[in-house]
Ligand binder design. Sequence first.
Ligand code: ZN
Length: 62
Amino acid sequence: MTLHRDDTSPAATWTFHCDVCEHRFTSAGTGQAQAVADATTNGWIVSNMTLCPGCAAARDHA
Ligand SMILES: [Zn+2]
């Protein structure tokens, strides 16, 4: 899983990078667990791999 905390922003943000494509998702969650929950709610899969909604759907239909 690719996740890093962006300390350069005024408010801490968490950025998820899809492992398959170039999509990114940024959450302003207060912690990693909150950020993961936020991404999951938006269709991302965050486990051993980080997949955006599109790649997650493609994988499900593979
Ligand atoms: Zn993707």
